[in-house]
Design a protein around this ligand. Structure first.
Ligand SMILES: Nc1nc2c(c(=O)[nH]1)N[C@H]1C(S)=C(S)[C@@H](COP(=O)(O)OP(=O)(O)OC[C@H]3O[C@@H](n4cnc5c(=O)[nH]c(N)nc54)[C@H](O)[C@@H]3O)O[C@H]1N2
Ligand SMILES: Nc1nc2c(c(=O)[nH]1)N[C@H]1C(S)=C(S)[C@@H](COP(=O)(O)OP(=O)(O)OC[C@H]3O[C@@H](n4cnc5c(=O)[nH]c(N)nc54)[C@H](O)[C@@H]3O)O[C@H]1N2
Ligand SMILES: [Mo]
Length: 817
């Protein structure tokens, strides 16, 4: 077999149609470096994809100690051999010439190379001084959704019981904190109810704020194969843009950004009004239905039509589609999680499934999606600040259990209040109470809102910043110590995708230079700090991934995310869904097939929060509301967005993704095919909006909000009037000296313009609701300043040409004016 056909031009590849209930046919995707054939490959090393949450299983091709390609694993339950464009090409970043190979420390204002002892001793010494002088509240950790389970668990123990700080969070806060919150609110615990196999059985599929075609390409291939097979499912898309998903939808609702709750309340209203609820299911398995029915009573389609600016008849059509479904599968992602009233809206999708009794059966999948490849592990290991194993910080028995597992005193584990969320950590750093911030596997100088503010916080003299990364990214440039990390393909560990499938990813090649696995870095730091348990033994007794996995298995025992039935050996044969135990040795396809045990007051991860203020519900209140552990139906009232369009800022800005890039492009920007497909930032508005503003396709425009301004090429596309979309992937301008922040003139990172505001429940920042204006900077054809400024390396962002229009390569992605 040769390399798969050009998957830049066609991200989804050829169709393999199938009928409802049939197994999804296999299709093996492959890409090898130029000139390499399958016969040349010396070793195929099992792994899974690390550039989205889908968990596509693959083998890494190795030759002469280098990665030379990847091949999908046809036997795996998740992808049956398929891979997306980022996976086919993205591995090339592993061998990029500018990988960090030695630790760096700041000397006289400059980062200089050093050895590991010097770098880590500096971090340990500063930590010790801060703990002595200011206590654990002065130290914080900000990690990722892209490391491995073993690494998160180690970091979690190190932070919770070693440093004993409550300031520990992941970039999962920006990503799927709302997914976790919505699952806790409705079902008492994090944990995805459904399975990807629900796509095989569904008669109706609804995507809420989820551009699956571009962000989970392989799952979308599964949907496309159903759509092209016999008896296809009906498709609902809720998205203000005409995404590739919208174009395949039977009903597409394009609401005003930030109005999801109004729309969902109207859908619930219609379903209840027309009696299409499963009363027996509601009575047996839920509490709170009457409040919901009363709450949505006045939320007619006509009422929502005014708020959402969607025709009432279209809302009714969508309600019919959902109300008539016998096997409904829904997915929710950033169009909900990063929008206004994020948790309240996500919970209404849970309510939709609860009142229709659409859970725990084939085809009745509910996916509060993940985004990052290992975000599920950040959450279950407690590296997002929660207690490991979905334990409840308000439940003393849960804390005591954890203390026993770690052999520490319960008081040694901070649980006096909710864990500090990332946005609050940056606030503490701004105010000066947080003095050391250790950032691993995330690039906040591009990915957090309001970058001018973030840069000034990270650049402060009094804040000691440690950055653990593969590259000298925008954040690392502001660090005091930079630790070179090994990554996927260069280290061994496990991770869990959005449908609870655990994969093992084994080391295929050596990391470059002195780069070390994140696990080894955390373990080395713990040893230097000499963290002890209550009997004087080492707090962290494990030395390698497999031992860390075993320690985690003990911690997960008896909890919803029980890993005790798994082993590295078993995982070598393919992915397995947790919980996996002695009683369920092959894993568990669906949760909640028989009630909602995780919601029991003694077991639940959270007692829930107020839908408006986010105030925590007390244990006593929860126990009286839900004594027997049923699913909780929680109503929410629509509230208008905080920052709405105005005369000065007439448009609504939303930000998001393109199929070719992953986040801040540290990897995909270094893969030639992907970089060439979308080399530079652009802004999308509708042709009507452009005409109204006197703008034309290809013009260089400024997108301005109260926080900042960026410059981008304009694309006129099919998108709601009044909305401007900007992909958030593009960081600082690139120059021969390296990345450079905007320095007063327009930058190109979307987050120069986004707002410091977050959901009151999940604390997830609002990347999809801000007011903006779009104005002309230069007419089409005029090179912009950066183009003539010497940008010209092969690093991400290198940009010599006017790139307008080139990213679509005829695939009809996005540009459909
Ligand atoms: N190619 C690619 N794939 C990825 C990633 C990537 O960077 N690139 N990242 C991964 C990660 S970490 C994540 S979190 C996921 C994200 O995956 P998605 O959530 O699918 O991606 P986004 O583009 O952020 O947002 C989805 C859609 O939300 C819509 N939207 C904006 N505002 C609203 C609103 O108010 N209401 C509604 N209903 N919709 C709205 C946008 O128009 C957009 O099409 O993708 C994962 N997969
Ligand atoms: N405006 C706007 N902003 C957004 C979003 C949006 O839609 N709009 N989406 C948000 C979402 S959902 C997300 S998930 C975030 C993503 O934001 P980030 O997490 O900041 O984005 P990445 O570019 O993935 O950064 C990951 C970093 O980890 C490094 N890395 C990769 N693998 C490893 C490893 O194995 N070890 C170590 N130590 N480092 C590694 C990479 O080189 C990279 O620098 O952005 C958020 N920001
Ligand atoms: Mo994400």
């Amino acid at each position: 077999m040769n390399s798969s056909p050009d998957r830049i031009a066609d991200p989804w590849g050829v169709r393999t149609p199938y009928a409802p209930g049939d197994p999804w046919p296999a299709r093996t995707d492959l890409h090898l470096a130029d000139g390499v054939t399958e016969e040349d490959v010396e070793q195929w090393v099992p792994s899974a994809s690390i550039l989205h949450s889908n968990g596509d299983a693959m083998d890494i091709a190795v030759r002469d100690g280098r990665i030379v390609g990847v091949r999908g694993r046809a036997a795996d339950r998740v992808n049956r051999g398929r891979l997306g464009p980022k996976d086919l090409y993205g591995w090339q970043a592993n061998h990029a010439p500018d990988r960090l190979t030695r630790p760096l420390v700041r000397e006289n204002g400059r980062l200089v190379e050093t050895d590991w002892d010097t770098a880590l001793d500096r971090v340990a010494a500063r930590t010790r001084t801060l703990l002595d002088e200011r206590g654990p509240g002065s130290v914080g950790f900000y990690t990722s959704g892209q490391l491995f389970l073993e690494e998160y668990y180690t970091l979690s123990v190190l932070a919770h019981a070693g440093v004993r700080t409550n300031h520990l969070d992941g970039n999962t806060r920006l990503c799927t904190a709302t997914a976790a919150e919505a699952l806790k609110e409705s079902f008492g615990s994090d944990g995805q109810p459904g399975s990807y196999e629900d796509i095989d059985h569904a008669d109706t599929i609804a995507l809420f704020g989820h551009n699956m075609a571009e962000t989970q390409t392989v799952l979308w291939m599964r949907v496309l194969d159903r759509l092209e097979g016999s008896d296809p499912p009906r498709l609902l898309c809720v998205d203000p843009r005409y995404t590739p998903v919208a174009r395949r939808a039977d009903v597409h609702l394009a609401p005003r950004p930030g109005t999801n709750v109004a729309l969902l309340n109207a859908l619930l209203h219609e379903i209840i009004r027309t009696g299409r609820i499963d009363r027996a299911y509601v009575d047996a398995h839920t509490v709170g239905y009457d409040e919901l029915a009363a709450g949505v009573e006045r939320c007619t389609p006509r009422w929502a039509a005014r708020i959402c600016d969607v025709p009432a008849a279209e809302i009714e059509r969508a309600a019919d589609l959902l109300g008539d479904a016998r096997r409904l599968t829904s997915t929710v992602l950033q169009g909900v999680y990063q929008s206004h009233q994020a948790s309240a809206a996500a919970v209404q999708v849970n309510n939709l499934h609860l009142i229709r009794g659409m859970l725990g059966r084939p085809g009745c999948g509910l996916m509060q999606m993940n985004g990052q490849p290992t975000a599920q592990n950040t959450r279950e290991c407690g590296a997002d600040g929660d207690l490991p194993g979905f334990r409840n910080w308000q439940n003393d028995r849960h804390v005591a259990e954890l203390a026993e597992i770690w052999n520490v005193e319960p008081d040694g584990i901070p649980h006096h209040g909710p864990p500090t969320h990332a946005m609050q950590m940056f606030r503490y750093a701004e105010q000066g109470s947080l003095r050391l911030l250790w950032i691993s596997g995330t690039n906040p100088a591009v990915s957090l809102p309001e970058l001018g503010r973030i840069r000034s916080i990270l650049a402060q003299e009094r804040l000691f910043v440690v950055v653990q990364d593969l590259f000298l990214n925008e954040t690392a440039q502001l660090a005091d110590v930079v630790l070179p990390a090994a990554t996927w393909g260069e280290k061994t560990g496990t991770f869990t995708n959005a449908d609870r499938t655990v994969h093992l990813s084994e080391k295929a090649v050596e990391p470059p230079g002195e780069a070390r696995a994140d696990l080894d870095i955390f373990l080395d730091f713990a040893a230097r700090m000499d963290f002890r348990d209550k009997d004087g033994g080492p707090l962290i007794g494990w030395r390698d991934p497999q031992e860390a996995f075993a320690a985690w298995q003990r911690c997960s025992a008896g909890r919803p995310c029980d890993y005790t039935g798994l082993s590295y050996d078993k995982l070598r044969d393919g992915g397995i869904q947790w919980p996996c135990t002695e009683d369920a040795p092959d894993g568990t396809a669906r949760l909640y097939t028989d009630g909602f045990d995780h919601a029991h007051p003694d077991r639940c991860e959270s007692y829930g929060k107020d839908m408006v203020t986010g105030a925590t519900v007390t244990p006593v209140e929860y126990r009286s509301l839900n004594p027997d552990g049923k699913a909780v139906i929680k109503a929410a009232e629509y509230l208008p967005p905080h920052e709405d369009a105005s005369a000065e800022y007439p448009l609504q800005l939303i930000t998001g993704r393109t199929v070719y890039h992953f986040h801040t492009r540290t990897k995909t920007g270094r893969a030639p095919e992907l970089n060439a497909a979308a080399p530079d930032v652009w802004a999308e508005i509708s042709p009507a909006e452009a005409a109204a503003q006197g703008l034309a396709d290809g013009d260089l425009v400024r997108v301005t909000t109260p926080r900042g301004v960026i410059e981008a090429r304009l694309r006129t596309v099919a998108i709601r009037d009044g909305v401007v979309f900007v992909p958030f992937h593009y960081g600082y301008w690139d120059t021969p000296e390296g990345h450079r922040p905007p320095d007063g003139r327009p930058g190109r990172a979307a987050n120069e313009t986004t707002v410091t505001d977050w959901d009151p429940l999940s604390k997830q920042p609002l990347f999809k609701t801000a007011a903006a204006r779009v104005t002309l900077a230069a007419r089409r054809g005029t090179p912009r300043r950066q183009d003539t400024d010497g940008a010209g390396t092969n690093r991400p962002g290198a940009d010599r040409t006017d790139t307008h229009g080139t990213d679509t390569h005829g695939t009809d992605l996005g540009s459909t004016a």
